[in-house]
Design a protein around this ligand. Structure first.
Ligand SMILES: CSCCC(=O)C(=O)COP(=O)(O)O
Ligand code: MG
Length: 247
């Protein structure tokens, strides 16, 4: 049992509270199938036009994707949807793609076709930490909207009452130290009072560089941790193996 003393728990989603296979085999395919129809239905809205503009410009190295021969760049819903599917296949965690995914998944969650996966130990741990007076916040590449959909409609019910804050890549990318400094500043907490839970070693390194306490999750299906990772960081297989006290 690994023991920590903290003022807030900050947790990642994919590979930490939730299986990677749920994201790859349920959420991403749903977004790939439904993005084109969503874009067509909402094409004239300010929200969609804003996202389309951001998607077109977020990765300048792919600008040729929108050009057919010498013609002006084509920005139909179909072309944007093809580009979105290309980005999903590459698992690129860029903000505008993640914002669109959240909007597309909404229908799936609201119709009951999608239920957010969380591991069996997550709800009991959230209850334990909540009862101990330790706030829980989320930091994921998934948009804040997508985070709320997932935790609001999980296979174990609504976990949102246990969550006091949500951060996405609007605060910065997850492998950058500055992002964790931004979160600690927003929380008005010294970073050493925050415990960050994640499956990704580079995120753990960035959070630690920013001064946070860190634990790596070795969930089934996650990328295996090397011997060096296991020496450098505390790692656990699930939340039952964490003893967290309020500082
Ligand atoms: C909460 S939305 C679904 C997950 C997602 O799209 C994603 O990119 C998850 O990344 P994470 O930072 O939670 O590992
Ligand atoms: Mg993750």
């Amino acid at each position: 049992m690994s023991e920590f003393s903290v003022k807030l728990i900050l947790t990642d989603i994919e590979g930490t509270t939730t299986s990677i296979s749920f994201v790859k085999d349920v959420l991403f395919p749903y977004a790939k199938v439904h993005s084109k129809a969503y874009l067509e239905e909402t094409w004239d809205s300010d929200e969609t036009q804003h996202i389309v503009r951001d998607i077109k410009s977020c990765l300048p190295q792919y600008k040729e994707f929108f050009r057919v021969g010498n013609e002006e760049p084509n920005v139909s819903a179909g072309v944007i949807a093809s580009f979105v599917n290309f980005l999903i296949d590459k698992d690129l965690k860029v903000g505008p793609l993640k914002n669109l995914q959240g909007l597309v998944w909404e229908k799936g969650y609201m119709s009951g076709k999608i239920k957010g996966h969380i591991y069996a130990d997550v709800l009991p741990a959230f209850k334990r930490w909540h009862e101990a007076g330790i706030p829980i916040a989320i930091y994921s590449s998934g948009s804040v909207k997508a985070q709320k959909l997932l935790f609001g409609q999980t296979i174990y019910g609504d976990l949102l009452p246990y969550i006091s804050g949500h951060y996405d890549t609007a605060v910065g990318y997850k492998q950058q130290k500055q992002s964790y400094e931004n979160i600690a500043k927003d929380l008005n907490l010294p970073s050493e009072d925050v415990l960050f839970l994640t499956d990704v070693v580079k995120e753990a390194e960035a959070a630690r560089e920013a001064g946070m306490q860190v634990v790596l999750l070795a969930r089934p299906g996650n990328a295996p941790l090397t011997d060096d990772d296991k020496i450098a960081f505390t790692f656990v297989e699930n939340f039952d193996n964490l003893k967290i006290n309020l500082k």
